[in-house]
Ligand binder design. Structure first.
Ligand code: NAD
Ligand code: TDX
Length: 356
C-alpha cells in the first residue's frame, strides 16, 4: 500500500512513519513543510529504508501537491500536518487557519481530482484518513465522556481550525464521494514531542532546575495516550475503519494536570536524583491560566475496542517512565531545539498578562 503521510516530521507523524515503514507491504511518502515543529532527525532511523520517501513541501502549495500525487500514485492519504499547539493559536491564529483549514481544503481538492481519475479497482481501495483531536468537542464538565456522537463545540483558535477541517473532510465525502475516515484522539505523549507541550516542558524544566509553571490551579483534566499506541490505532483505522465513519482514540488515563506534573517530578527525581528542588511544592509555580482553558477532555474508546479490536498497550506509569528516560538519554535531540527554536518561555498568555 502506497501511503502519503502529511506532517510526518512531527511528533505523531514521525511515529506513524517509523511504524509503517517497518511493516510489510507499505511504502510511505512523507510531505512536510518543516515548520518549527518538524524535525527530520525524528526519522533518522528510517531515512535509508527503500520504502520511505520525503517531500519538503507545504500542503497549501496546490501545484506541488498535484505533482506529488501524480508521481507517487498513492493508495491512501494520512493527513497529520497541522499547527498543533493551543497556546500558539492564542498568540497567532493566522497560521492555524492557513495550514489547518486552507491546507486541508487544498489536500482534499487535490485528492478528489486524483481519486476521480483512478481506475475502478484502485478507487475502491482509496482512503483519505484525517487525523483530528478530541478538542473539537469542546470542554466536558466533571461527568461524561466524548463519544463519536458528541456535538462539536470547539473553543480555542486551534480547536476551531481542527473542527473546520473535520467538517470539510465530511463535506468532501458527502458531496463528492471521497472515501474518508476521521479519527479524534486525546492528548499524546512520548519520545520526540516538541518541548512546548506539558510533559516534555515540565521534564526539561526539572533537568534545568527551572520551576514548573502550572496554569490556574492545575485541576484541568486530560486523557493521556502514548504516541506509539496512537500510531497503531491510526494504521488500524486506515486499513480496517469503515468509510465515512469517525473513531475516537483515547488512552483511558484521565488525570488532572497537577497529578501529571507530580508524577513527572517523582519520575525525574528517581532517574536523576540530584535535581535542584527538595520537594514538589518547591518546584511548582501556579501561573495565570490559559485564556479560555478547556476544563476536561476524556474519550469513550468503546467503538475502537468493539469494532477494530484496538486497546492501548501502555499504562500511564510505564509510558511516562519510558518517555522521561528517553528525554534524559537524548539530550542531543532537544538541546539544539531549546537553543534555536524554543527556550521554554510562556506562550499563549494573551501578551503581557503572564505572571511567569
Ligand atoms: P506537531 O506540531 O508535532 O507536527 C506537525 C507537523 O506538521 C510538523 O512536522 C510540521 O512541520 C508539519 N506542518 C505544519 N504545517 C505544515 C504545512 N503547511 N505543510 C506541510 N507540513 C506542515 O503535531 P503533532 O502533535 O504530531 O500532531 C499531528 C496531528 O495530530 C495534528 O493534526 C494534530 O492536530 C493532531 N493531534 C495531536 C494531538 C497531540 O496530543 N499532539 C492530539 C490530538 C490530535
Ligand atoms: O506550561 C504549561 N502548563 C500547564 O498547566 C503547559 C504547556 C500546559 N499546561 C496545561 C494546559 C493543558 O490543560 O497542561 C494541559 C496540557 O497542555 P498542552 O500540552 O498544551 O496540551 P493541550 O492544550 O491539552 O492540547 C494537546 O492535546 C490535544 C495538543 O497540543 C493538541 O494538539 C491536541 O489536539
Amino acid at each position: 500500500m502506497k501511503v502519503i503521510v502529511t506532517g510526518g516530521a512531527g511528533f505523531i507523524g514521525s511515529a506513524v512513519c517509523r511504524l509503517m515503514t517497518g511493516l510489510k507491504g507499505y511504502e510511505v511518502l512523507n510531505i512536510d513543510k518543516l515548520t518549527y515543529a518538524g524535525d527530520l532527525r525524528t526519522l533518522a532511523s528510517i531515512s535509508a529504508r527503500d520504502n520511505y520517501h520525503f517531500a519538503h513541501q507545504d500542503i497549501c502549495n496546490r501545484d506541488a501537491i498535484v505533482k506529488i500525487f501524480d508521481d507517487f500514485q498513492p493508495d491512501a492519504v494520512m493527513h497529520l500536518a497541522a499547527e498543533s499547539h493551543v497556546d500558539r493559536s492564542i498568540d497567532g491564529p493566522a497560521d492555524f487557519i492557513q495550514t489547518n483549514v486552507v491546507g486541508t481544503f487544498n489536500l482534499l481538492d487535490v485528492a478528489r481530482a486524483y481519486f476521480d481519475k483512478l481506475p475502478a479497482d484502485k478507487r475502491s481501495q482509496f482512503r483519505f484518513h484525517h487525523i483530528s483531536t478530541d478538542e473539537v468537542y469542546g470542554s466536558l464538565g466533571s461527568e461524561g465522556l466524548f463519544t463519536e456522537e458528541t456535538a462539536y463545540a470547539p473553543t480555542s483558535p486551534y480547536s476551531a481550525s481542527k473542527a473546520s477541517s473535520d467538517h470539510l473532510v465530511q463535506a468532501w465525502h458527502h458531496t463528492y464521494g471521497l472515501p474518508i475516515v476521521i479519527s479524534n484522539c486525546s492528548n499524546n505523549y512520548g519520545p520526540y514531542q516538541f518541548p512546548e507541550k506539558l510533559i516534555p516542558l515540565m521534564a526539561l524544566n526539572l533537568l534545568h532546575g527551572k520551576k514548573l509553571p502550572v496554569y490556574g490551579e492545575g485541576l484541568n483534566t486530560r486523557d493521556w495516550l502514548h504516541v506509539e499506541d496512537h500510531a497503531e490505532a491510526l494504521v488500524k483505522i486506515l486499513t480496517e475503519g469503515r468509510i465515512g465513519e469517525k473513531y475516537n482514540v483515547g488512552g483511558c488515563n484521565e488525570l488532572t494536570n497537577i497529578d501529571v506534573v507530580k508524577r513527572i517530578f517523582d519520575t525525574v527525581q528517581e532517574i536523576v536524583p540530584d535535581i535542584s528542588f527538595e520537594n514538589f511544592d518547591e518546584a511548582v509555580t501556579y501561573v495565570k491560566d490559559r485564556p479560555g482553558h478547556d476544563w476536561r477532555y476524556a474519550i469513550d474508546p468503546t467503538k475502537m475496542q468493539n469494532e477494530l479490536g484496538w486497546k492501548p498497550k501502555y499504562d500511564f506509569e510505564t509510558g511516562l517512565r519510558q518517555t522521561i528516560e528517553w528525554y534524559v538519554n537524548n539530550r542531543e535531540w532537544w538541546e539544539p531545539i531549546l537553543k534555536s527554536k524554543y527556550a521554554g518561555e510562556r506562550l499563549g498568555s494573551a501578551k503581557g498578562q503572564a505572571d511567569a
